[in-house]
Design a binder for this molecule. Structure first.
Ligand code: GLN
Ligand code: ZN
Length: 766
C-alpha cells in the first residue's frame, strides 16, 4: 500500500501568526516565551492537519523562526564568527540579529532559494568554520511531535545543498574542504534521531537538480555512502527539476529512498523506476507544491497504478516540494468567486489531495466521490467562459515577428532621440517610486475599505503627485516620474486593472523572514479593458516642462510574481501579458509620453535550474519584452530596469531586449556588475545605480562621482545615465532628498569635467 507524506508545510500560519509574533518580539513588546509558544502552537496545528488528512507521516524540521537555512546553521553551530555568538547558547534575540543585523554587524546575506521568490540566509563559511553543534531546537521539535504521538519524519536540508548554497569571504577558499567536519555533524544528528526511535529522515538535496560539477557529485556520493548507512533510513529528496541523470549513481548508494519532482520533471519517472531497486522507496512528487491549482487526481492515480503494483508500500505519494510556496488554506477566502475557488488547492487542500491519491490506489471505490469532485472542478475550469477570451486569442494569433522589432536599430534611434529629447550628457533620473508616507498608505487603505470617496482619493493622489513632481524639479533631475503614489505593489497595481487575474484575501506566501507576499492568480486570458496608467502619467506631465517617464511593470515580471495558470505554457501567458503592456505603451506614446520604462526585476528569476533549458526560456522571455516595447516610433525612448540578481551570465539576452536604456542595481558591488557589461560591450544606454536604495545611508557627492567615473571607463559617457539602484518607496523623504541632491551634483560635476576635457582635447587635436 502506497504511503503518504509531505516535505514541509508553510510555517507562517493561516493568519500570519508567526509574522506578527516575530515582529512584536523585535519591537520588544513580547518576550522569548511568547514567541516560542506561538511557534509551538503553529507546529502542533500543522501536524494535526497532516494527521487529519491521514498522511502516514508528519513533517518535522520544516519550521524555522526566520529561515530554515539559518536554523540549520544554528543547529550545526556554524555561526558567522563576526557576530561573536556562542553556538550552543544562541538566544532567539541573537538568532534574529544574524538575520537582521545589529549595531556592530550587518545582517547575513540573503538570496533567492533556487528559482523561487523565497530568500534564504546564506551561510558564511571559511577555513576556520567548525560544525561542533549548536542549539537543540530541531531535536526539541522532534520530541514535541513524538510527545503528541505523531508519526514523525524529520527533514533537514542535506550537506551538499547546504555547502553549495554557502559563501566564503576568503577568496579561493574551497568549501568542499569543510565536508568531512560537516558530515561528522550530520552523523551525530542522525544518531540523535536514531536514539529517539526515528525510522526515516528526509535530507533535501535540491542542488542535485542543478548542473553540478564532477567534484561536487563525487562529494555527494561519498557523503551519502556514509550517511545512508547510519541506522536511520534516509529519504533523499530532490525537487524543482529533474535529477534523472543521477539515478544510476543514487541507486548504488545505501540511501533507502528517493523523492523526485514529477510536476516540474514528469519525464524522469521511468529513469528512476528502472534504476532504483524495488526494495527502495520511490517518493513521487505529483501534487504541485509551487502552484495553487487543483490536480487531475484521476489521471495521476492512473499513472501510478503500475508503480504501485511494483513497489507497494515503497511507493510514497507527496507534493513535488515543500508546500511553503503556496498559501495555507482556502478556508480563509470568503470573497473568491465560487467557480474559481473550486479550481484551487492551497497547502491544506493539497494534503487532502495526497490522501485521496493513496485511497484511489488502495480502494478505488472509496475514493470515487473525491475523484469525481476533482474531475468536475477540472471540467468547469476547461469550459468556463471566464478563462477564454476570444479577443485575446485572436490578438495572440496575429502576432508577427515584426512586432518584436523596433523600427530602426539602436544607433539610428539614439540619434533621433538625442534630437527629440534634448537631454544633457549623463541625464539624471529615478527608478519610479518615491517615499510612500503613512498618509499615502492610509488614504489607499481607506479607499479600499470604501471609507474614502473615489474623487477624494483621486484628489489626494494627484496632490501627492504634484508635490513629488515639484520636488524632482527642485532637485534638478532631468527625467521625472510621477512617483507611483497609488501603487502598493508593482504587480498587483496592474493585475487589478486586467481581466483574467484574481486576488485572494489571505493567500500569503513567505518571501523572507516575516515578509509575506500575496501573489495574484492568473486564471484566464489576460485582457486590458482600458488604459491603466495613462491618466496618471499625463497628469504628471501636465505639471512640468521637463520630460516625465511613464513606468510600467513588464510582462515577465507580471508573470513571475503571480500564480500562473497551468493549462497552457507559461510562454503563451507571457505573450498575452506582452500585448497588454504593448497596448499601454502605445497609448502612453499617443498621449505624449516620450520616455517609457518597462520594469523587469524578475527577468532573471525565471531562469530554469539547468543551463540546457536557459535558451528556451530566454528566447520567449526576451520576445515577450520586445513585443511589449516594439510598437513605438524611433523617437520614443524605451527604458527597462532590473535589480538584485546576477546579470553577467545573461548579458546577451539583456542586450537582445534592445531597450534604449537599462537602469540596473550596481552600487552594492561597487560597480563590479558593470565590468560584465563593459567586457560584453553592452551596446545601448545604461544607468548603473549609484546608490543603494535599500539602505538609509546618504552617500557623498564624491563617492557617487567616483562610481560614475569608474562607469565612464567601461561605458562611453554618451550612453551613461545617472540614477539610484532601485525604487525609493521604502525610504524616508529626508534621506531621499539628501541622496538625490548629491547624485545630481555628482552628475553635474562630472558633466563639466567631461565637457572641459573635450574642449582641451579638441584644442590639442587642432
Ligand atoms: N518602478 C519600481 C519602483 O520604483 C521598480 C521596483 C523594482 O525594481 N522592484 O518601485
Ligand atoms: Zn529595482
Amino acid at each position: 500500500m502506497a504511503r503518504t507524506h509531505i516535505s514541509g508545510f508553510p510555517r507562517i500560519g493561516a493568519q500570519r501568526e508567526l509574522k506578527f509574533a516575530q515582529e512584536s518580539f523585535w519591537r520588544g513588546e513580547s518576550d522569548d516565551a511568547y514567541l516560542r509558544d506561538v511557534g509551538k502552537a503553529l507546529r502542533a496545528r500543522h501536524w494535526a492537519l497532516q494527521r487529519d488528512a491521514k498522511l502516514d507521516f508528519v513533517a518535522v524540521g520544516d519550521f524555522a523562526w526566520y529561515d530554515p537555512m539559518l536554523n540549520l546553521t544554528a543547529l550545526l553551530g556554524a555561526l558567522p564568527e563576526r557576530f561573536g555568538f556562542e553556538p550552543a547558547t544562541l538566544s532567539l534575540a541573537q538568532y534574529h540579529e544574524l538575520a537582521r543585523g545589529n549595531k556592530a554587524q550587518p545582517a547575513m546575506e540573503m538570496t533567492k532559494w533556487f528559482d523561487t521568490n523565497y530568500h534564504y540566509l546564506v551561510p558564511e563559511l571559511g577555513p576556520d568554520t567548525t560544525f561542533n553543534g549548536g542549539v537543540d531546537w530541531f531535536f526539541d521539535e522532534v520530541d514535541e511531535a513524538l510527545a503528541l504521538d505523531f508519526a514523525v519524519k524529520p527533514a533537514l536540508i542535506g550537506p551538499i545543498t547546504y555547502l553549495w548554497l554557502s559563501k566564503s569571504r576568503v577568496a579561493g577558499f574551497d568549501r568542499l574542504s569543510l565536508l568531512p567536519g560537516l558530515v561528522i555533524r550530520y552523523i551525530r544528528i542522525l544518531d540523535q534521531l536514531k536514539a529517539r526511535g526515528i525510522e526515516w529522515v528526509q535530507l533535501d538535496e535540491p542542488a542535485l537538480c542543478l548542473d553540478l560539477e564532477p567534484d561536487w557529485l563525487e562529494a555527494f556520493a561519498a557523503v551519502y555512502n556514509v550517511l545512508g548507512d547510519g541506522g536511520v533510513k534516509v529519504l533523499l529528496a530532490t525537487y524543482f527539476d529533474t535529477a534523472a541523470d543521477h539515478a544510476p549513481l543514487v541507486a548504488g548508494l545505501p540511501v533507502h529512498g528517493v523523492h523526485i519532482d514529477l510536476v516540474r520533471a514528469p519525464q524522469q519517472l521511468d529513469a528512476w523506476r528502472s534504476a532504483l531497486p524495488a526494495d527502495k522507496v520511490l517518493s513521487v512528487g505529483v501534487i504541485d507544491g509551487r502552484n495553487v491549482w487543483r490536480a487531475d487526481l484521476g489521471e495521476i492515480a492512473a499513472s501510478l497504478e503500475s508503480v504501485d503494483a511494483e513497489r507497494g508500500d515503497r511507493l510514497w505519494i507527496a507534493p513535488s516540494c515543500s508546500l511553503a510556496h503556496v498559501p495555507v488554506t482556502l478556508a480563509s477566502e470568503k470573497k473568491l468567486d465560487a467557480e474559481l475557488r473550486s479550481w484551487l488547492a492551497f497547502a491544506t487542500e493539497k494534503l487532502d489531495e495526497i490522501g485521496t491519491l493513496a485511497l484511489a490506489l488502495r480502494d478505488p471505490a472509496a475514493a470515487e466521490p473525491a475523484l469525481a469532485a476533482a474531475d468536475a472542478a477540472l471540467d468547469s475550469r476547461r469550459s468556463s467562459g471566464g478563462v477564454f477570451n476570444v479577443l485575446v486569442q485572436r490578438r495572440v494569433a496575429t502576432i508577427t515577428d515584426a512586432m518584436a522589432d523596433r523600427k530602426s536599430p539602436f544607433a539610428d534611434r539614439s540619434r533621433v532621440q538625442r534630437h527629440a529629447l534634448k537631454l544633457p550628457l549623463l541625464p539624471t533620473t529615478t527608478i519610479g517610486s518615491f517615499p510612500q508616507t503613512p498618509a499615502i498608505r492610509q488614504a489607499r487603505a481607506a479607499y479600499r475599505r470604501g471609507e474614502l470617496r473615489a474623487l477624494d482619493y483621486l484628489e489626494r493622489m494627484r496632490a501627492e503627485t504634484a508635490s513629488v513632481v515639484r520636488k524632482q524639479e527642485e532637485l534638478g533631475l532631468d527625467v521625472l516620474v510621477h512617483g507611483e503614489v497609488e501603487r502598493n505593489d508593482m504587480v498587483e497595481h496592474f493585475a487589478d486593472k486586467l481581466w483574467g487575474y484574481a486576488f485572494t484575501e489571505s493567500g500569503w506566501v513567505q518571501n523572507y523572514g516575516s515578509q509575506c507576499v500575496k501573489p495574484p492568480i492568473i486564471y484566464g486570458d489576460v485582457y486590458r479593458p482600458e488604459p491603466m496608467i495613462v491618466d496618471n502619467a499625463c497628469h504628471a506631465q501636465s505639471l512640468t516642462d521637463r520630460l516625465v517617464k511613464g513606468v510600467l511593470t513588464g510582462p515577465v515580471t507580471l508573470l513571475e510574481w503571480s500564480f500562473v495558470r497551468d493549462d497552457q505554457p507559461r510562454s503563451t501567458t507571457a505573450l498575452q501579458l506582452a500585448l497588454v503592456i504593448r497596448d499601454e505603451v502605445m497609448d502612453l506614446e499617443k498621449a505624449g509620453i516620450r520616455i517609457i520604462q518597462i520594469d523587469e526585476p524578475a527577468f532573471r528569476e525565471g531562469l530554469p535550474l539547468r543551463q540546457a533549458d536557459w535558451p528556451a526560456y530566454l528566447d520567449w522571455a526576451t520576445r515577450a519584452f520586445r513585443i511589449a516595447a516594439g510598437g513605438v516610433s524611433d523617437a520614443t525612448q524605451i527604458h527597462t530596469h532590473m535589480c538584485y540578481s546576477e546579470f553577467n551570465d545573461i548579458l546577451p539576452s539583456i542586450a537582445a531586449l534592445d531597450a534604449d536604456v537599462i537602469t540596473i542595481e550596481t552600487s552594492r558591488s561597487s560597480m563590479e556588475l558593470l565590468d560584465g557589461f563593459g567586457e560584453f560591450a553592452y551596446p545601448n544606454g545604461i544607468g548603473p545605480g549609484v546608490y543603494d536604495t535599500h539602505s538609509s545611508r546618504v552617500p557623498s557627492v564624491e563617492a557617487m562621482q567616483r562610481l560614475l567615473e569608474r562607469a565612464c571607463e567601461v561605458i562611453p559617457a554618451e550612453r551613461l545615465w545617472v540614477n539610484p539602484d532601485c525604487g525609493l518607496k521604502t525610504r524616508g523623504w529626508p534621506e531621499t532628498e539628501a541622496a538625490l541632491t548629491n547624485m545630481v551634483q555628482a552628475a553635474k560635476a562630472l558633466r563639466q569635467k567631461l565637457v572641459a576635457s573635450e574642449v582641451t582635447s579638441d584644442l590639442t587635436n587642432n
